[in-house]
Write a protein that binds this ligand. Structure first.
Ligand SMILES: Cc1cc2nc3c(=O)[nH]c(=O)nc-3n(C[C@H](O)[C@H](O)[C@H](O)COP(=O)(O)OP(=O)(O)OC[C@H]3O[C@@H](n4cnc5c(N)ncnc54)[C@H](O)[C@@H]3O)c2cc1C
Length: 241
């Protein structure tokens, strides 16, 4: 596990667990002491001393609560065990323990380079935090948020993001559905392929990636072939693949 510094687990009250879609839950945590973290970092939910599970923090540090998006697709036990723990502690009004502010793929706040945010599924949590931080900082560079999902009902924050895109001239939002139904009028296919189709060269861009490990690996190599500089591609998934 790659971390920026040793991090102590902090008690957090589970304020709410609500469904964003049939297979994705939004969790709000209230830390019991002050916490600091960078946009795009993650926390580890401590299930036991040997069992800690990482989740991207969808909120930014200026917000009082920690927001998580937890996907529990059919057949998954990795994140459903974490969600069950959160629900049980919520029902019992007991805190959970979390190590907060982990990872090295946080927003490079000093960079003026244009930004591509690439999310696969619940990897959206990570790019959402970065997009919020860029917006809060009134960042002047163009931002392109690509969000790939298997079916369009997994685009759980679509209205908010579309509103950003209509308000901000330099913010573009491109949802990409892998297996769309007949009603879908947007882009389809694999999300990283949409990026490859849209940019002749990726050399100038800071690229932030979160999603399935397989997607992160394929995107890194394909983007590098299209000019992206490896030192300007960021993903905590890279530490796992
Ligand atoms: C540091 C860290 C943080 C994490 N944070 C979270 C979190 O906040 N929430 C959470 O639920 N899990 C998290 N995980 C676990 C894991 O990353 C997620 O389970 C994973 O991103 C879930 O993807 P999905 O099922 O939503 O995407 P899927 O529905 O499987 O895929 C979404 C899209 O990704 C692309 N894609 C998928 N597979 C491929 C492929 N093989 N090749 C090319 N493109 C592909 C496609 O465009 C597809 O439509 C985290 C893991 C780590 C290590």
């Amino acid at each position: 596990m790659t971390t920026t510094a040793p991090v102590t687990a902090i008690a957090c009250h589970v304020l709410s667990v609500e469904a964003l879609s049939p297979a994705i839950s939004k969790v709000l945590l209230q830390p019991q002491q002050a916490v600091d973290y960078q946009p795009g970092q993650y926390l580890q939910l401590v299930l036991s001393a040997e069992d800690k599970r990482p989740f991207s923090i969808a909120s930014i540090a200026s917000q009082p609560q920690l927001e998580l998006h937890i996907g529990t697709p059919a057949g998954d036990s990795w994140s459903s065990a974490a969600l069950t723990h959160l629900k049980q502690q919520h029902a019992a009004a007991l805190p959970v323990m979390a190590e907060i502010g982990l990872g090295l793929a946080q927003l490079r706040q000093d960079s003026q380079r244009p930004v591509i945010l690439l999310a696969g599924g619940t990897g959206f949590s990570y790019v959402y935090a970065i997009a919020q931080a860029l917006s809060a900082a009134n960042a002047s560079q163009p931002v392109f948020l690509y969000w790939g999902v298997r079916q369009q009902d997994a685009l759980y924050y679509q209205p908010q993001i579309q509103q950003w895109a209509t308000q901000g001239k330099k913010f573009s939002y491109i949802p990409v559905v892998q297996e769309p139904d007949n009603l879908w009028q947007g882009r389809s296919g694999l999300v990283h392929e949409a990026v490859l189709a849209d940019f002749v060269s990726l050399e100038a861009y800071d690229i932030y990636i979160a999603g399935p490990f397989a997607m992160a690996g394929v995107a890194r190599e394909a983007f590098a072939e299209q000019g992206a500089q490896r030192q300007h591609m960021y993903a905590d998934a890279f530490a796992y693949i």
